[in-house]
Design a protein around this ligand. Structure first.
Ligand code: NAP
Length: 287
């Protein structure tokens, strides 16, 4: 495209959007407290093991809860915790009337059946959108808490007024918490979606065809700017130590029409959705 006619690349500033949303959630929490004396929207976070990145993510989520006047109840379990023990902890939280949302930080140690544990979260407390039941409902377009990261990406797209319907979207990565729900949310918003993974042949060609590209494969700077079509919208969900995403940002701004920075793009939107869904859960459980 001719540089003189090309419009500027828009930086999709998740950090600022999330901060704005936090101000609204703070007001909403106050109103909740006024309507339900003695009750506070409460998110229970469960961290199993000592993965330093997971510990940071859980702490960030707890800090965000406190900033908006919600309670964060942090449960830390040793890496030796069994599937049954973890399900026991989740069951207790399911029954606890003072807990409205439950977040089990992914990934759990390999010996634990993560899917079984996710699926033991009560659906009305599944504020991180990880249960099979919630996933199925979301996929069918029924009411459900969506998985937090793809929901945050959809929020970024809508807040910036980026058209999704009728556009070709490519999602790279098909995990249950990120790539798969992302593909379904984009499809539900009427994009034509290709879901790529480690066995995809000629990934570069797939990415090149996309108007909307989501990097969600967990490999630092794996997707090169050269693969991105002129004018595409680029959403990078990857996060690696040092604030590195899955998409190499070198020369990216010259090609795409909009991009998420790393950090400060998708990450803050994930937390924002989690807070919002916790408040919604508290409203419905307490009403
Ligand atoms: P994951 O469970 O490891 O899944 C990675 C996916 O990428 C798999 O589907 C895998 O394909 C695919 N993949 C791996 N190598 C590939 C390749 N060379 N070409 C194409 N696809 C490939 O990862 P995840 O939990 O979804 O996380 C992905 C990234 O997002 C990580 O960087 C993570 O830190 C980040 N993340 C960020 C947030 C946030 O809030 N910002 C939240 C969650 C995750 P197969 O299915 O074939 O194995």
């Amino acid at each position: 495209m001719n540089g003189a006619t090309r419009s500027e690349c828009v930086v999709l500033d998740g950090k600022t959007l999330a901060a704005r949303r936090e101000a609204q959630l703070t007001q909403a929490s106050r109103k909740f407290a006024a309507r339900h004396p003695g009750r506070v929207p409460t998110l229970a976070t469960i961290l199993v093991g000592d993965d330093p990145s997971s510990a940071i993510y859980v702490r960030m989520k707890g800090d965000a809860c406190r900033r908006v006047g919600m309670v964060s109840r942090a449960i830390v379990l040793p890496a030796s915790t069994s599937t049954n023990e973890l399900r026991g902890v989740i069951d207790a939280l399911n029954q606890d009337p003072d807990v409205h949302g439950i977040l089990l930080q992914h990934p759990v140690p390999a010996h634990i059946d993560e899917r079984a544990c996710f699926d033991s979260i009560r659906i009305d407390k599944d504020v991180d959108g990880v249960t099979s039941h919630g996933f199925g409902r979301m996929a069918l377009g029924q009411e459900a808490f969506g998985a937090a990261t793809p929901s945050g990406i959809m929020r970024l797209l809508s807040d910036y007024g980026i058209e999704v319907a009728g556009r070709r979207a490519v999602v790279v990565g098909r995990s249950a918490i990120l790539g798969k729900p992302m593909a379904l949310m984009l499809s539900n918003a009427d994009a034509t979606v290709t879901l790529c993974h480690s066995r995809t042949q000629n990934l570069e060609q797939e990415v090149r065809r996309a108007h909307i590209v989501v990097g969600a494969l967990g490999k630092p700077h794996f997707i090169s700017a050269d693969w991105i079509a002129e004018g595409a919208v680029v959403l990078d969900a990857g996060y690696h130590p040092g604030g590195i995403g899955d998409i190499d940002p070198r020369n990216l701004m010259d090609r795409c029409s909009a991009l998420t920075p790393v950090p400060g793009g998708v990450g803050p939107m994930t937390i924002s959705v989690l807070l919002e869904q916790t408040l919604q859960a508290a409203e419905s459980i307490c009403s």
